[in-house]
Design a protein around this ligand. Structure first.
Ligand SMILES: [Zn+2]
Length: 270
């Protein structure tokens, strides 16, 4: 609906999205804020209210809704209420969690897995009769660690022979060398690397980590505010005394007031 205002410019009323106005009013926006939002002067806004009864009444209802929500929340706050909170957090995928939980770099399970990969034989010479020891594929002295992917089952003889030597230098000259076993070793190390990569891949996902139920106790300020406004006659005295005590009264007069209040309280009811 195109209208003319005093200046002769077409009024924007027709262009105002009532759906939007309704949302803002219900969200507690004031007339001024809404007028600013729709880029009209507050006087224009009020003129619209005067001119269009449907606009005026809708606004009133929508604002009432907002007021009721505040009232409801004040009421709940005065009585105390239960609230619920759901916490969602980004967590790592299983792999990283597993590594973290483990807290160890080479577990007994890792050792069992390694031994069974090599059929409980020495990875280097294939000996199945001697006790298997943990060989650091990259020697400790060369920066290798006791960690998954760097430990191979190894017979005592090979272990003593390899010592601190680098695999590539040592193995081709080892008496137990075989191309088949070399491939198997390479396969094992590659498997380990892949597994570690998978474990270290950060695979974040949002999961609910906490569900909190809170019992919010009655809020004394809300109670006071509610009672003072809903039952001002009953709580008037109280209000005055509190106001005075909070003011600049001397201790003596504050005490007098306290006594007077106590006397009043103790007086039997009519
Ligand atoms: Zn061996």
């Amino acid at each position: 609906m195109a209208e003319k205002n005093k200046g002769g410019r077409p009024s924007k009323y027709g262009g105002v999205d009532l759906e939007q106005v309704s949302k803002l009013a219900k969200a507690g926006w004031t007339d001024q804020e809404m007028a600013d939002f729709f880029e009209v002067d507050i006087s224009t806004w009020h003129r619209w209210k005067g001119k269009h009864s449907s606009f005026r009444e809708s606004l009133r209802d929508w604002k009432k809704e907002a007021d009721q929500r505040v009232e409801r929340s004040l009421y709940e706050s005065a009585l105390g209420y239960v609230s619920y909170e759901i916490v969602e957090e980004l967590t790592a995928g299983n792999g990283l969690t597993r590594l973290r939980e483990r807290g160890e770099t080479f577990t007994p399970e890792d050792w069992d897995d390694a031994k069974s990969f090599f059929d409980n034989t020495c990875a280097y010479c294939g000996d199945s009769n001697s006790k298997l020891t943990k060989d650091h594929f990259v020697p400790l002295s060369k920066g290798g660690k006791l960690e998954f992917g760097n430990v191979l089952p190894c017979c005592q003889r090979c272990n003593s022979s390899k010592k601190d030597r680098i695999f590539a230098d040592w193995y081709p000259n080892c008496s137990g060398y075989s191309e088949e076993r070399l491939k198997k070793i390479e396969e094992y190390l590659a498997d380990c690397r892949q597994l570690l990569e998978e474990e270290n891949t950060f695979d974040p996902s949002l999961v609910v980590t906490k569900k909190i139920t809170r019992k919010n106790p009655p809020n004394p300020n809300s109670i006071r505010y509610w009672l003072n406004n809903r039952m001002p006659d009953v709580y008037k005295d109280r209000q005055t005394v509190d106001a005075n005590v909070n003011g600049d009264l001397s201790i003596t007069s504050a005490l007098e007031m306290g006594r007077a209040r106590a006397a009043k309280r103790d007086k039997p009811e009519d």
